[in-house]
Design a protein around this ligand. Structure first.
Ligand SMILES: [Zn+2]
Length: 146
């Protein structure tokens, strides 16, 4: 299982969305793969030691789709927590400035990423080989090629 904290962005959602069962490990991994195991907001990758999470672009509590990959982007725990329930635009404006990035570029990157095709088959094979999403992430973090 991937290390998805139940704090931060998920705290004010209805109970059924808490924990990790709102998305399959395969889909979660496929989205991490799609996004290169990097946080969309600060740009840090898993090799930098950050904990990866999935952030809902349009929060579920505001009507966003719960597990549609087009509504999900890879975010590190720090950024996901920092966003809370702010709108994507409002958060990116602040966080991009903080991380000395261009907000427009961050938003453009996110728009590009969500349109990409998910490699769920590849993710499924990785899960089958390594046994769990956690083990795949450990390998990526350890610098081993995936
Ligand atoms: Zn981040």
């Amino acid at each position: 299982m991937c290390p998805t904290p139940t704090t931060a962005a998920t705290t004010d959602r209805p109970k059924r969305t808490q924990g990790q069962n709102w998305i399959t490990p395969k889909k979660r991994l496929a989205i991490y793969l799609r996004d290169g195991f990097c946080c969309a907001y600060c740009g840090k990758g898993i090799e930098a030691g950050v904990t990866l999470t999935l952030d809902h672009l349009k929060p579920y509590s505001l009507g966003g789709a719960i597990s549609d990959h087009k509504n999900l982007i890879t975010a590190c725990l720090n950024c996901n927590s920092a966003r809370g329930n702010r709108s994507l635009k409002a958060f990116v404006e602040v966080s991009a400035a903080y991380h000395q990035r261009e907000g427009q570029e961050v938003l453009a990157y996110i728009r590009r990423q969500v349109r990409r095709v998910l490699k769920t088959k590849v993710a499924g094979e990785m899960l089958a080989q390594r046994g769990s999403c956690r083990k795949v992430l450990d390998e990526v973090q350890g610098g081993r090629p995936v």
